[in-house]
Design a protein around this ligand. Structure first.
Ligand code: WTA
Length: 659
């Protein structure tokens, strides 16, 4: 039996003294339950007839042509959802709200880092998206073409995504913190014809160039026809006549009238690159009808979103899937009013997020555990200096949230009453899969708890045996879901191999996460079981960083591990062997290696620590023993090293690491 505390009444908490002095779970307040979008019947409806349940969710959308069949799984593992249906994703996210009388409602309260701000109503958004769609068409782009979007969090980034959706162009958003070489490989992989970017971006009060990285990236990129540039910082920008175009001179001059055409439910909407076990990022493909259905459905129920009342804020960047699904598509499909913030949480100071919450009366706040832990470090007196009483629901995504951070979040930001939804999902799943439902679930710190209605998940062992309470195993999804990925761009074999080969007989999707159920049947995600690290909620593969390191002329071999880190979840720790004859210049070399990783991938992939070692520990079959390196990086005693070729290697590594 779990003991529970009722929301807002912490003093009356019954305590489970065997584990800690804190309640095990928190019941929603009666007031919350009364007004909640979700009820228990949602689970029952989905259980009774899963496909009928999804059909009902799909009817949240406007279909130009109704679908004939909910799911076609005959070509598994490539699903077709809402077969025969036609829709326009941008029409659903924009036009529909104007036609239904919500044109004057603010869609986006945009807050620039330097303090400028801009409100866009749904009518404004329709005009902007229509202009961009007309301009893109004038550039010769046609449905099926790919467009790269490499932009900071400015309204034009969202407008560009929606303009692509409107025209059936497939967008590939590349996080503006990625390097030019990362951008180039994504442009090449998708054969993008257009890049949309800005002259520069604001970061902590300074304007940093961005277009320059694009110039470097597109130099010699044969697929690229144009670079479209939004003027944001007004810094000097190099220019290539004929190729480069200013947004304000093209989109700005285009007509604000544009009629959206319908596309097939399975028309590709976007590609988003994410890290896997190898060095080459995978272009995850998402399509239209199923993706929009599940993002809209989850945004409505998981965030208890009330159209016309809530002010929603998701703090992610559009460069990640959370920005795609829970800034752009889910919220806009539901006609939300949301905050979009351009900058960092400590610009100009650590009060920024709370000033924004107060300014717009934010009611739903969705962020990442790493940021919660950063707020904790800055101290509760900062949020305490503000009136955060508008907040009624909190969300967490990207990595497991530790119970201490969970409680702090609820108490300090959520006024001791706001339910927290800990949402587990992935770039590949497209939308939230496992999460409490606010108003229904008694929320439990640290646990993502329950597969959503319509979603089926299991925890299994190596032999596909389902595990009950207590057993650590692998998280699998044993039924297809509407917003599932449809493949890896240009590499369907890799798609099958990565996600579907582990449990091929059963036909289950292997998520790559370890998990367990507790005695109440609640699900706990334990982290990646592959070579993917999670740094501040960003997915980075060990081999991606290793290949960046060995691209330095001095490095012969590199091994990278994720070591636990109090703030970022994991930190990147690298061990390198130098080439013969290369001198170890100490700090100078380390700085060079860190710069190399920034340049090849992004500053977010820069190792926290790099140690030069004489040799790397390997098994007799030649595999690098990462588990042992992680032990070294986390300062643990080394276990059994008897399978090592040369156990003495370890003494040398431990010594080098301790220096
Ligand atoms: C991790 C982000 C625990 C997990 C939406 C997953 C989580 C990876 C949670 C996907 C959570 C995400 N609890 N772990 N609530 N949410 N993860 O593709 O390891 O950037 O596989 O998608 O993040 O990261 P991605």
């Amino acid at each position: 039996m779990t003991e529970t505390v009722t929301g807002g009444d912490a003093a009356a908490a019954t305590t489970d003294t065997t584990e800690s002095e804190h309640p095990v779970s928190y019941a929603p307040s009666e007031e919350f339950v009364r007004q909640a979008n979700a009820g228990k019947e949602l689970y029952r409806a989905a259980e009774q007839d899963r496909l009928a349940f999804w059909a009902e969710q799909a009817n949240r959308l406007h279909w130009h042509t109704p679908f004939e069949k909910v799911l076609d799984w005959s070509d598994a593992p490539v699903a077709k959802w809402f077969v025969g249906g036609e829709l326009n994703v941008a029409y659903n996210c924009v036009d529909r709200h104007v036609h239904e009388g919500r044109g004057d409602q603010v869609a986006i309260h945009w807050e620039g880092e330097p303090g400028d701000s801009r409100d866009l109503t749904y009518s404004d958004l329709l005009a902007e998206v229509s202009r961009a769609a007309n301009a893109f068409t004038d550039l010769g782009l046609v449905a099926g073409d790919r467009v790269a979007i490499y932009m900071p969090m400015v309204p034009e980034a969202i407008v560009s995504m929606l303009a692509c959706a409107r025209l059936g162009l497939t967008h590939s958003v590349v996080f503006a913190g990625f390097s030019s070489s990362a951008l180039r490989s994504r442009i090449d992989d998708a054969q993008a014809k257009l890049v949309v970017t800005t002259d520069g971006q604001w970061r902590r009060g300074k304007a940093a160039p961005l277009k320059e990285s694009v110039d470097e990236a597109v130099d010699g990129a044969e697929s690229i026809e144009h670079v479209l540039v939004v003027r944001r910082t007004e810094i000097d920008t190099p220019w290539t006549e004929g190729r480069d175009l200013w947004w304000h001179e093209t989109v700005g001059q285009a007509s604000a009238e544009h009629e959206a055409q319908p596309f097939d439910s399975e028309h590709p909407l976007f590609i988003l690159y994410t890290s896997g076990t190898t060095g080459k990022p995978k272009g995850i493909i998402h399509t239209s009808g199923g993706y929009l259905t599940q993002t809209a459905y989850t945004h409505h129920y998981v965030f208890d979103h009330k159209q016309g009342q809530d002010v929603y804020w998701c703090t992610a960047d559009i460069g990640w899937v959370t920005g795609h699904s829970y800034i752009v598509y889910g919220p806009l499909a539901n006609g939300a009013t949301q905050v979009v913030y351009e900058g960092t949480p400590n610009s100009p100071d650590e009060h920024r997020h709370w000033n924004i919450v107060e300014k717009y009366g934010v009611t739903i706040y969705y962020t990442a555990p790493t940021l919660v832990r950063t707020f904790m470090k800055w101290g509760r007196e900062i949020p305490d200096a503000h009136d955060l009483s508008s907040i009624r629901l909190l969300g967490s995504v990207g990595e497991p949230i530790n119970p201490e951070a969970w409680r702090w979040f609820r108490d300090v930001v959520g006024g001791g009453t706001a339910p927290i939804v800990d949402t587990w999902w992935q770039t590949e799943t497209g939308a939230i899969m496992v999460s409490p439902l606010p108003g229904v679930t008694h929320t439990k710190p640290g646990s993502a708890q329950t597969p959503l209605p319509g979603i089926s998940a299991k925890i299994v062992d190596d032999d596909a045996k389902p595990l009950g309470p207590g057993g650590n195993g692998y998280l699998v999804l044993d039924e297809p879901w509407p917003s599932m990925l449809r493949g890896i761009w240009g590499d369907m074999e890799r798609y099958k191999d990565t996600y579907w080969s582990r449990y091929a007989t059963e036909g289950w999707y292997f998520a790559g996460d370890g998990a367990r159920f507790d005695d109440d049947g609640d699900l706990w995600v334990l982290g990646r079981v592959d070579d993917v690290m999670n740094v501040s909620g960003h997915r980075i593969s060990t081999s991606e960083v290793e290949s960046a390191l060995v691209s330095h002329h001095g490095v012969a071999e590199a091994a990278v591990v994720g070591a636990s880190d109090e703030t970022t979840g994991q930190g990147i720790v690298a061990f390198v062997i130098l080439r013969g004859g290369v001198e170890n210049t100490g700090d100078e070399l380390i700085a060079e290696l860190k710069a190399q990783v920034s340049k090849e991938i992004s500053p977010i992939a820069k190792p926290r620590q790099i140690t030069v070692v004489p040799e790397l520990p390997k098994t007799r079959s030649g595999k690098i023993m990462r588990r042992l390196l992680r032990d070294v990086a986390e300062g643990r005693d080394l276990g059994d090293t008897s399978t090592l070729v040369d156990p003495a290697v370890f003494d040398a590594i431990s010594q080098a690491n301790a220096k």
